[in-house]
Every structure is written in C-alpha cells, then in structure tokens.
Write a protein that binds this ligand. Structure first.
Ligand SMILES: [Fe+2]
Length: 135
C-alpha cells in the first residue's frame, strides 16, 4: 500500500481538478519514497522543486476557473493556496540548504494538507463549478 492512496471520495467532479490532484498525490508519494530510500536533503530538494512547480500550475488552473465563473469564495480559497505555496517554498529552500531534518514529516504535512484541502475547499469549488456546467 502506498503512503498516500487516491480514493474516489477525493473526486470533486471536475475532470481537470481530479487529474491534477492525482498528479499531486503521486508527487507527495515520490517525496515520501525518496525519504524512505534515504535520499536525504538533495533527494527531497529535487522532488520538492517539482512539487512546487506543479502546485503552482494546479493552483493557477483552479484560480482561473474561479475567476472565469465568478466564484464567491475566491479570496479565501486563494489565500489557502498562497499559504501552502509559501510553506512549500520554505521547505524546498530548507532542503536545498541541507536544513530539512524531518522530511518524512514534510510528506505527512503535505499529504494532510492536500487531503483536507480537497475534501473541504476543493469539494465546495467543484460543486459550484458543476452547477455552472463545468465537468
Ligand atoms: Fe484548491
């Protein structure tokens, strides 16, 4: 069993969001596996850079959808994205500088953040978008 298993319950009913969420889940697993292998800070730095890049792409996709469909929860949702981006930038920097001491905890943090965000804010957004005809 993987560290972070995708479950159907995570689906928000909007294809592009689900596809990107699955890729993020895979990247969090990659980070965990790199740590299990003992890849150290260099391994973590590499995966975290990729994760940060993809996270930005994904958040941009969601924010563009919110704007295009006048989502009323835009500001609060974007704030969550911005906070996570900032935290991931700090983690990535720490890994690059060899200061990331508990990378397993980093995987757990990202897993929990993503699962909670999907099940809360993204489900709400997904329901809203579906009502607007986005599937
Ligand atoms: Fe989101």
């Amino acid at each position: 069993m993987g560290f972070f298993e995708w479950k159907d319950d995570y689906s928000v009913g909007v294809k592009v969001m689900d596809q990107q969420h699955k890729r993020l889940v895979a990247l969090v697993n990659e980070l965990f596996e790199a740590m299990q292998r003992g890849s150290g800070n260099q391994g973590a730095a590499k995966v975290l850079r990729g994760l940060l890049d993809y996270t930005r792409t994904h958040f941009r996709t969601e924010e563009d959808l919110m704007k295009a469909h006048s989502y009323p929860g835009f500001v609060a949702h974007k704030k969550q994205h911005d906070d996570l981006t900032e935290q991931t930038m700090d983690l990535s920097k720490a890994a690059q500088e060899g200061r990331l001491t508990v990378a397993i905890d980093t995987s757990k943090f990202l897993k929990e953040w993503l699962a909670t965000h999907i099940m809360g804010s993204d489900k709400l957004l997904g329901t809203y978008l579906q009502r607007k005809g986005v599937g």
